[in-house]
Design a protein around this ligand. Structure first.
Ligand code: FES
Length: 96
């Protein structure tokens, strides 16, 4: 249940790739793996949170980047531990 939601909450993830330029990018830093995993986690917990893929969230030097919208926390240097934090924050926000 990651694309059909009645909740205004969503998770925005960066799918920008700059592998040939030598510049840091979220995909170059492994974000596709983290995106796949967090989609699995959202589905496993049956959270009504769509995952929205965007090309660059403007924090390239701190990627991988994920952001809770609207107006939520920006998670930088995402890793597998961060994914648990994101899920916890989404659950907390869903209860508000
Ligand atoms: S490449 Fe992900 S924020 Fe720019």
């Amino acid at each position: 249940m990651t694309s059909d939601s009645t909740s205004p909450l969503r998770l925005v993830v960066c799918i920008n790739e700059r592998l040939s330029t030598g510049q840091r990018s979220c995909v170059g830093s492994g974000n596709l793996d983290y995106i796949a995993e967090i989609k699995n986690m959202i589905e496993a917990d049956n959270l009504p949170i769509p995952v929205i893929e965007r090309e660059c969230l403007g924090k390239c030097g701190f990627g991988p980047i994920m952001r809770i919208a609207p107006g939520g926390e920006i998670f930088t240097e995402v890793n597998y531990d961060t994914l648990e934090e994101i899920i916890s924050e989404l659950k907390r926000l869903l209860l508000e």
